[in-house]
Structures are given as C-alpha cells and as structure tokens.
Design a protein around this ligand. Sequence first.
Ligand code: CA
Length: 232
Amino acid sequence: MRIFVKECPYLSNRTLSLNDRTYAYLLSVSVDETELLRALRAETAGDKFAVMQISPEQGQFMALLVKLLGAKRILEIGTFTGYSSLILAEAMPEDGELICCDNSEAWTEIAKKYWHKAGLQNKISLFLQEAAVTLQHLLDNSAAGTFDFIFIDADKQNYPLYYEQSLKLLRRGGLLAVDNTLWSGSVADPENMEPGTRAIRRFNEMVKNDSRVTKSLVPIGDGLTLIVKDFE
Ligand code: CA
C-alpha cells in the first residue's frame, strides 16, 4: 500500500530538534539507566563541569554499540567522573578490558569509587597522565591495531592528534566514537572563532576528507561522530 505524505502529517525526513516533552518521552521509552548511574549523575551534578558528562540516551546508545561490535578491548580518552566508563565496562563481556585516560585525580577518584561499587574495577585500568602520552605508550608497546572501540571525549584542541593516534590503535573494522562534534552548534557559526570551536571544525574536516574511514555524525547529545576504520 502506498502512503502519501499528506496522509502522514507527523512524518519528518530530517532529524528532529527535540523539545522538552519529546526528549522526556525518548528517555522514558529507551533508556535503562541503573541506580548506580543515576547516583553518579546526581553526584556529578554538583560539579561546575557537570555538562561534560554524557547524556543518558548517549550512554544507552554507546552500550548498544559495544554489544553490537562484541567489543572486548576498549580505550576511553577523557574519563571525567566515570559515567561513560561504567557503561562501556558494563556492556563488555567478563573478559573485556577498558583502558581509561584522564589527567584529573579528583575526577577519577569519583570514577574509581563507582567502578568498585559496580564490581567492574578488574576490567578497567586508568592511566593518570596526558592522554597523548598514554596513547604513544600503547603504540610503543605493540598495542597498534588491538582496540575494538575507542571513545574520544577529552580536550578539543588535541582531537586531531588523538584521532591519528586512535586510528593506529584501532583494529580494522573497529569503531571510533568522538564526542561533542557539534559543539552546541557553534561549529556552524562562522563568526565563532573560539579555540575549541576551531579545533572541532578542524577535526570534522579531517574526518570528512579521510578516505581511510567510513563516518557518520550522529546528532545525539552534543554530536557524536562514529568512524569505522575500513578494511581496505
Ligand atoms: Ca563530552
């Protein structure tokens, strides 16, 4: 049976801009946030950097990606207070391994507390130093091509560097997810020349012109670019 648009006034073939009511509905029917994740969200809400925490629907989406990939080896660049790491580690099988990079002792102390509460501490290793140093250390120690999934959510100025290092660390067919690639829409404003905005623009252009990968910028959260390292 053919369906005409005039018969479907509620169809949209363009990504919706969610109002509060639609967003609340989306959360209510599609997010399984655990008690522990809710508690971590509440604890982080008092931090002036709380906006750095990923949204519940993005966490749900990333858990799905981990399961879809059957990822057993994950790298997270930028851990903050641990919300995404909890989700990633939980979604992996028992013998999975998550390596976390962050340089804040205060933030990762909170993350560690929740890893223990969730019984996930054995799956997670934290490198508390500049992420670029950790990534180079991994590359120098035969970790190239060994990661199934990498999540980049750290200082935006270094996104181009993390991107190149991550592509080396990722296995072929592995997935790279990069956060904040819409940067609240500021990347589309030509008058916005703030350093973070320029860095994300530069990164987005790099990915756009990179023939080694297949990509999609998904407008979830603040924009999440998914990048598959191609087999050929
Ligand atoms: Ca982020």
